[in-house]
Design a protein around this ligand. Structure first.
Ligand code: CTP
Ligand code: CA
Length: 229
């Protein structure tokens, strides 16, 4: 296609993006995971790279084929590893995008050997503990001028209810932008397309975007550039 070269409006900015889904081990062979493909986060990374940024991708179990030359990748497995990696690189970042699906809970203990079934037809109860909220920690440690973008994947029966959930999350997370993901309506996990509403920190709507995950990423990055002024 004869696309115009992208505007290099993120030239030399350090952009950190988390992508994919964490896996929380139960034992040496099992984990609790989620269906995130990493495609939206990688689309952010590629868009930021094309706009001139220096991109670090903290990657949790991306689908195959998403490798991108020119992007520094830090692979992680668990929410704790993702937290450590993101927090270490976020210190020097101008922009942080938390696109990863971070496990809310992890098993309280990880069995050293494979958990055996008891074979008696009884159930198995897992004890889970809550993982720390990385995005909330990032916004508490935000340095002047740093822009922090969060995501919210919500299922809601109506647009109004979706926005209500998004506004509540925006207030809780204190991100500069919250990308509310309309899961269940149009596109979902693993898809190449996405439909989002972008909220400001105060919960007001600053943009809406639908289309490829790359187009959505560029629309959100437009808002990042606008915020930087
Ligand atoms: N997030 C995070 N650390 C966690 C959980 C989520 O940094 N332990 C980030 C996600 O990367 C995303 C944002 O917080 O940018 C919102 O994630 P989401 O799962 O929608 O919200 P939660 O606060 O976990 O609330 P809930 O899952 O109960 O809706
Ligand atoms: Ca969650």
């Amino acid at each position: 296609a004869d696309e115009a070269p992208p505007v290099r409006d993120l030239e030399s900015l350090r952009v950190v993006i988390s992508a994919g889904g964490t896996r929380e081990p139960l034992d040496p062979v099992r984990f609790l995971g989620n269906r995130s493909s990493g495609k939206q986060g990688v689309a952010f990374a590629r868009a930021a790279l094309a706009r001139g940024a220096e991109v670090t991708l903290v990657a949790a179990h991306l689908d195959p084929g998403l490798e991108t030359p020119g992007i520094r990748v830090i692979p992680v497995q668990t929410a704790s590893e993702l937290a450590l990696a993101v927090e270490s690189v976020a210190e020097l970042a101008d922009v942080v995008v938390m696109a990863a699906a971070v496990a809310d809970y992890r098993p309280a203990t990880v069995a050293e050997s494979k958990i055996k079934k008891d074979g008696q037809g009884g159930g198995l109860v897992l004890h889970l503990v809550e993982n720390p909220d990385i995005l909330a920690a990032l916004t508490r440690a935000r340095r002047p001028g740093q822009i922090i973008v969060g995501f919210a994947a919500e299922t809601a029966p109506t647009r109004d209810e979706l926005l209500e959930l998004g506004r509540a999350k925006a207030a809780r997370k204190k991100a500069d932008l919250l990308v509310v993901n309309v899961v269940g309506w149009a596109a979902g996990f693993g898809s190449d397309d996405n439909t989002v509403v972008v909220l400001a920190g105060d919960g007001s709507i600053v943009a809406e975007a639908a289309g490829t995950k790359r187009a959505v990423a560029d629309a959100v990055l437009d808002e990042v550039v606008a915020l930087r002024g």
